[in-house]
Design a protein around this ligand. Structure first.
Ligand code: GAR
Length: 186
């Protein structure tokens, strides 16, 4: 049995999709969601799904002690970042070698790095006239969006697309592929 914690900073639609995907999987349990924002909608989803959710402020993440002790308490062996916007501190990376993955809403190495998250990514993709975008699932290292790439999937970007329509296409890819890739990695 593998035990996953999902880290999310905002809406948490990927967190919900992943939890639903594994509901009846006897080999996977998702007992914990961790956020850095108390008001994130992901907490409401967690409540509805019957999953415990905790909030740690940025300072607590940087100090890592409380976060690591929560991960130990819940016996977590794998961490999934799904719309999590803080950099993961080195202590946490060291505690979970090759066991922390992130999803990025574009085709890395393009449109990654600090400040490139959520709608900012799709705005940049449209503004630069890209013909395609997509998702990148990658291992997490000490730099934003630079860990080794596990999987990518593409969607078309047409002249009619807006950041919102690109976001919708990218979300569809995320919902379709992210749980499957997690399952394969476990
Ligand atoms: C997702 O599109 C995810 O790829 C992106 O934030 C969104 C969260 O949506 N992550 C990043 O931009 C990380 N750099 P959700 O909260 O509804 O799952």
């Amino acid at each position: 049995m593998k035990r996953i914690a999902v880290f999310a900073s905002g809406s948490g639609s990927n967190a919900e999709n992943i939890i639903n995907f594994f509901t009846y999987d006897p080999n996977v349990s998702i007992p914990l969601i961790i956020s850095n924002r108390k008001d994130a909608y992901v907490h409401e989803r967690a409540l509805k799904l019957g999953v415990n959710s905790l909030t740690f402020a940025k300072k607590e993440f940087d100090e890592t002690e409380k976060v690591l002790s929560a991960l130990n308490e819940y016996k977590i062996d794998f961490i999934v970042l799904a719309g999590f916007l803080l950099k993961v501190p080195q202590n946490i990376i060291d505690a979970y070698p090759q066991a922390i993955i992130n999803i990025h809403p574009a085709l890395l190495p393009k449109f990654g790095g600090k400040g490139m998250y959520g709608s900012h990514v799709h705005e940049a993709v449209v503004a630069s006239g890209e013909k395609e975008s997509g998702i990148t699932i990658h291992y997490v290292n000490e730099n934003y969006d630079e860990g080794s790439i596990i999987f990518q999937a593409k969607c078309d970007v047409t002249p009619d697309d807006t950041p919102e329509t690109v976001a919708n296409k990218v979300h569809e890819l995320e919902y379709k592929y992210f749980p499957e890739i997690i399952k394969n990695l476990l």
